[in-house]
Write a protein that binds this ligand. Structure first.
Ligand SMILES: *[C@@H]1O[C@H](CO)[C@@H](O)[C@H](O)[C@H]1NC(C)=O
Ligand SMILES: *[C@@H]1O[C@H](CO)[C@@H](O)[C@H](O)[C@H]1NC(C)=O
Ligand SMILES: *[C@@H]1O[C@H](CO)[C@@H](O)[C@H](O)[C@H]1NC(C)=O
Ligand SMILES: *[C@@H]1O[C@H](CO)[C@@H](O)[C@H](O)[C@H]1NC(C)=O
Length: 204
């Protein structure tokens, strides 16, 4: 009886992590399906893991990164979304809008396929970028500026699982780029439309 207790106690002191390697298949499994509703809005980059160490310096040159998903102008097809990427460098912001089509659990943009990966964080997006079948990077985004330590631990393990570099954290004290303002031609076009409405109104 006493012996049995000791044996149990011994096992209890061995940390779970040293007993078994992380279950990578489960940790980096793609989501089954993603819809526009789940992606809606702005997401701040929390951390990125890049496969190629040469890309890490470029990644670090950004002070902040935001992705924003919204309905495309053609709302008849809910798979078509507008994706805006916003990068902060000092006081400057760079904007890269693109139209994307969701297919199952991801989308493609030029030669890069983006897949949404499982994460234990409920207000996060974990995105895997591959080019010609080869992994390029894993990016973790959240609705918040910072996530709990266990989310970061999970992300580190996920990066190890796919043999990528350790994640680089974004500085959460750096301000995020605001949504892009309409361009001058867009404002002028809107003003023209308003004028047309005003011209019609008095007779109505
Ligand atoms: C698009 O519009 C629908 C209906 O108005 C809304 O439910 C959805 O959250 C919007 N955004 C995206 C990205 O689908
Ligand atoms: C939405 O558009 C994509 C490509 O633009 C197309 O493959 C898909 O079938 C469309 N879905 C619907 C419901 O029309
Ligand atoms: C997205 O598509 C809409 C119409 O389909 C077009 O007006 C707009 O310029 C496109 N945006 C980008 C960034 O390609
Ligand atoms: C896509 O891949 C092809 C062939 O590998 C290459 O020639 C082309 O420049 C790539 N396009 C972009 C936008 O990277």
């Amino acid at each position: 009886m006493l012996l049995a207790t000791c044996v149990v106690a011994l096992f209890c002191f061995i940390p779970a992590s040293s007993l078994a390697p992380p279950n990578c298949e489960d940790l980096v499994r793609p989501l089954d399906h993603v819809d526009g509703h789940q992606l809606d809005g702005r997401w701040a980059m929390i951390a990125g893991s890049l496969v190629d160490p040469k890309h890490v310096e470029r990644f670090k040159s950004r002070d902040s990164a935001v992705i924003k998903f919204s309905n495309a102008s053609d709302t008849s097809n809910t798979s078509n979304l507008l994706l805006e990427r916003m990068f902060g460098f000092g006081d400057k912001c760079e904007y890269h809008p693109s139209n994307i089509t969701l297919e199952g659990n991801g989308f493609s943009s030029s030669n890069v396929s983006i897949t949404f990966i499982h994460t234990g964080c409920s207000d996060c997006l974990l995105m895997r970028f591959t080019e010609a079948g080869a992994l390029r990077n894993l990016y973790l985004f959240s609705k918040r500026r910072e996530v709990e330590g266990d989310v970061m631990d999970e992300f580190k393990t996920q990066a190890e699982c796919v043999k990528s570099q350790p994640p680089v954290m974004m500085d959460s004290s750096k301000k995020l780029c605001p949504d892009q303002m309409p361009t001058l031609p867009e404002i002028e076009e809107l003003a023209e439309k308003l004028k047309a409405v005003e011209n019609v109104a008095p007779d109505a």
